[in-house]
Design a protein around this ligand. Structure first.
Ligand code: G3H
Ligand code: 13P
Ligand code: ZN
Length: 316
């Protein structure tokens, strides 16, 4: 069942984080839905501009509709990830999306507010919620001096002003994570002090953590042992999600880790069965492994077993 992102956030805030996973193809969709059925966890399916282009908008949306029919018991929202203004309007007008993200974080504050406000007005008129982004995600490195490092994180006062003036429904904040498989030179913690400061100024307001893949070292080692070349790949400590949840982190975006599952399964499959040319063999293994991965993540996000609580809340 597709629900509004707001409905998920209302139940989740302070108790668990909703995992938001990017999908690009059928196998990912099957693993994603199966995994959340197994974990009894609500979730968000997110579609990026890249996915809409790669799979074709009609195809990727049809895959999600089909997955909903195959797994009627799961509860999820459909979200546009890192949208520009034009793509946001396309998604809002389509009637298929629960929420959109307008990512104007590269713009100066005033311009970011102005663009986000336009998208919010149009989205709210259709009952769709909007995630916006403030701060510079990425490139927060261990060896950068403290002042510089903190300058890259979301400023708490600016966050409050941004939310008040833009009218957005959730905010992606820079709290020490970055996109991709190469997040830090050494293991680094989330900036809990900064998250707490933002929450003080925005109580009960859902914060979103992008760049949340943990890049498991075991996964990286297996990929490299099967011919991969992922040197010094490193991610966030997934055990820290539980500490971020009471501080208002309500949506956690994960894409890279799923790509690593895909890479490991396919590299090992072709290494171990070089005569195979049936893509369904590794495809089937991937679906199962991706579903197992989702159950594991749901545990870390504290969303495992929350499905019936969400069902009760949305059917009121
Ligand atoms: O944050 C971006 C997501 O990982 C989506 O990646 O734009 O390559 O589809 P993509
Ligand atoms: P990762 O690259 O850490 O998986 O982050 C994904 C993301 O933030 C999608 O918006
Ligand atoms: Zn992101």
């Amino acid at each position: 069942m597709i629900v509004t992102t707001d409905a998920l956030f209302k139940v989740a805030y302070g108790k668990f984080a909703v995992g938001a996973y990017n999908i690009n193809n059928m196998e990912q969709a099957l693993g994603l839905f199966q995994g959340h059925r197994d974990a009894q966890a609500p979730f968000i399916v997110q579609i990026s501009k890249g996915s809409r282009k790669y799979a074709n908008v009609k195809m990727i949306e049809a895959i999600i509709r089909a997955a909903e029919e195959i797994y009627p018991e799961v509860i999820f929202a459909v979200h546009l990830d890192h949208g520009d203004e034009e793509t946001c309007y396309d998604c809002i007008d389509s009637g298929f999306y629960s929420s959109v993200m307008i990512d104007a974080s590269h713009e100066p504050l005033e311009k970011n507010i102005e663009i986000t406000r336009r998208v919010v007005d149009r989205a709210h008129a259709r009952g769709i919620s909007v995630e916006a982004e403030l701060g510079m995600l990425g490139g927060v490195e261990e060896d950068i001096k403290v002042d510089e490092k903190h300058a890259m994180l979301t400023d708490p006062d600016e966050a409050r002003e941004f939310v008040e003036r833009s009218g957005c429904d959730s905010l992606a904040v820079a709290i020490g994570t970055s996109h991709g498989a190469y997040k830090f030179k050494a293991q680094q913690s989330l900036h809990f002090d900064r998250i707490a400061e933002i929450q003080k100024r925005l109580p009960n307001f859902p914060l979103v953590m992008h760049g949340s893949s943990s890049v498991p070292q075991e996964e990286v080692a297996r990929i490299n042992a099967a011919g991969g070349a992922l040197k010094d790949a490193r991610g966030v400590n997934e055990d820290e999600f539980a500490r971020a949840v009471p501080l208002g982190v309500t949506k956690v975006n994960i894409d890279t880790d799923g790509r690593l599952v895909w890479t490991r399964v396919h590299r090992e499959s072709f290494r171990d069965d070089p005569a195979n040319f049936d893509f369904r063999k590794p495809g089937k293994v991937f679906v199962e492994e991706y579903a197992r991965f989702i159950v594991h993540k749901s545990d870390k996000l504290l969303s495992r077993g929350m499905l019936e609580t969400v069902r009760a809340a949305v059917s009121k």
